[in-house]
Design a protein around this ligand. Sequence first.
Ligand SMILES: C[S@@+](CC[C@H](N)C(=O)[O-])C[C@H]1O[C@@H](n2cnc3c(N)ncnc32)[C@H](O)[C@@H]1O
Length: 491
Amino acid sequence: MPKILPPDFLRERQPLLGSEWEAFLQSYDTPRAYGLRRNPFQDCKTLPFPLEPVPWAADGYYFRPGDRPGRHPLHEAGAYYIQEPSAMSVVSLLDPQPGELVCDLCAAPGGKSTHIAALLHGDGLLVSNEIFPNRARILSQNIERMGIPNALVCNESTENMASHFPMFFHRIVVDAPCSGEGMFRKDDTAIHEWSLDNVALCADRQKMILEHADQMLQPGGVLVYSTCTFAPEEDEAMIQWFLETHPDYTLTDWHKTSLGRQVAGIPECAGLSDGLAGIFSDEISSKVLRLWPHKLRGEGHFAARLQKSGTPLPVSLLCDAAAGTKNSSKGKKKKGKQNKKKPELTDFTEFKDTYLNTSFSPYPALAGGRMELFGDELYLIPAPVPSLAGLKVLRTGLHLGTRKKNRFEPAHALAKTLVPTDAQQSLDCSYEDACRYLQGETISCPDTWKGWTLVCYEGCTLGWGKARNGLLKNHYPKGLRIQGWNDPEKK
Ligand SMILES: C[S@@+](CC[C@H](N)C(=O)[O-])C[C@H]1O[C@@H](n2cnc3c(N)ncnc32)[C@H](O)[C@@H]1O
C-alpha cells in the first residue's frame, strides 16, 4: 500500500528536492534495504546467509529480509548487530581509535555504541548513555550480547553527564532524538508522530544536548552530530547555529574523512551526498553528509563532523579531574552498595586458574583496570574510568561474576567476552544443541568434563554451562531464554 505522508511534510520538503522530488517519492514504494554489522569480538568465520557489503561501513553488510538473521542462534551469540545501513555511516565518520575515551550520548538501543566498541577493539573506554530507563536496559543487554568488555552504560540526563565528565572525551557522538522523517518508509509510527511543531521541539532539544556535548569534549576532540530526519532545522541549520555559537569548532569535510576515502573507490554505487545547497553557505553544505533513500540502499540520514580547537589532555589527568567532580544529581547509585573492603579476589583467581586458559588475557583497557565489589558482584573496571559516585550506572565495565558462599559463579557477561580457546572446556555445539541451549535445556557433553564450560556455536560464545556426568546444566540467563528455536517457521 502506498504510504500516506503528512501534507505539511510534502509541502515543506518538495522545494528541498527540486527535480529529484518524484524519485524521492517513488522510494517510498520500493522495498527497503536491511543491514547487519559483523562483530569482531565474536568472529564467526562464515554466516549462513548471503551478504553484500555496505560501502560506507567496514563490517557492514546487506542481507535478504527472508533470511531473518534476527532469529538465528548467531544473533544471540553476538556475531552481528542488525542495523539500518544508512545509520552505519555515523560511526565511520566519527572514526574512533583504539585507546580513546568515547561517548555515545543518546545511545539506545546501541547501534552506534556497538559500532564504536568494535573499532576500539577493547582498548580505551566507551561511555554509552540513554536517558530513558527501559531503553537503557535494552542498550545494556546489547552491549553484553556483543561481548563488549570496556563500556559503561549510564542512564542519565545529558546535563548530569556533562557535569560528571567535564572535558573528558576524545570523541562524542550525538545521534540526536529527532523528528524521524528518514524513517517514514520503515516505521509508520514516525509518520503518525510527525508535525512541524515536533520538528521545532526536536531542534530546541538538540541545541541543549549539543551544549552538553561541547562541555564534555576535550580540546582537540571530535564531535559527530547525526539525525535520521530531512528537516533542515534539525540538520544544516543546527550545524550553522552550533558554529555561530561555538567559534572554537570547525566543520570537517566528510569527503576528507576516512568515510570519504573509503567511498572514493566506489563513488557511483555509494550514493552519499553533500548537504542542501542554495539555502546554506557552501562552507556548510559542501561539508555535511546526507543520505537520501532514492540515491542509495538505505533510509534517510544526516551527519556532520565537528573538530574542537586545542590539544587533547593526557588520559591520566582527565581521570583525576573527573574523579574530583562533585555531582549535584541525587541519582541512585549502582545497585548493591560498593564494598569498601579491598576485594578478595581469590575466588575469581581460583575460577580463572581452574577454568580459563593462560591464553585468556583481558582486553588492553582491562589489563590495567581495577576490580571492584558491589555487594557480592565483582566487576573489572577499565583503566580510564573516573569515580562514578552520583551517577546512575547500569553496567560498570565487565561483570566478572558473583561471590557465593564457598564458590565463585562466573557472569554471563564474562562468557560473552571470551572466545572458545579462552576456556579449558568449550563445547562446540550443533545447530540443534545451540537452539536447545538458548531455550534453557540441558545438553550433553563428554563424560569426563566437570564444572564450568563455555557453550559455543560456530566459533561464537553463547554462555556458560556446568558439566556433570555427561550433561551440561544450563546457565543461560533465564531472562534471555526464548522458546521455539527449533521451530523452522521461527528460524
Ligand atoms: C536516534 S535515537 C538513538 C539511536 C542510537 N544511537 C542507536 O544507534 O541505536 C535517540 C535517542 O535519544 C534519546 N533521547 C530522547 N530524549 C532525549 C533527551 N532529552 N536527552 C537525551 N537523549 C534523549 C531517545 O530515547 C533515543 O534513545
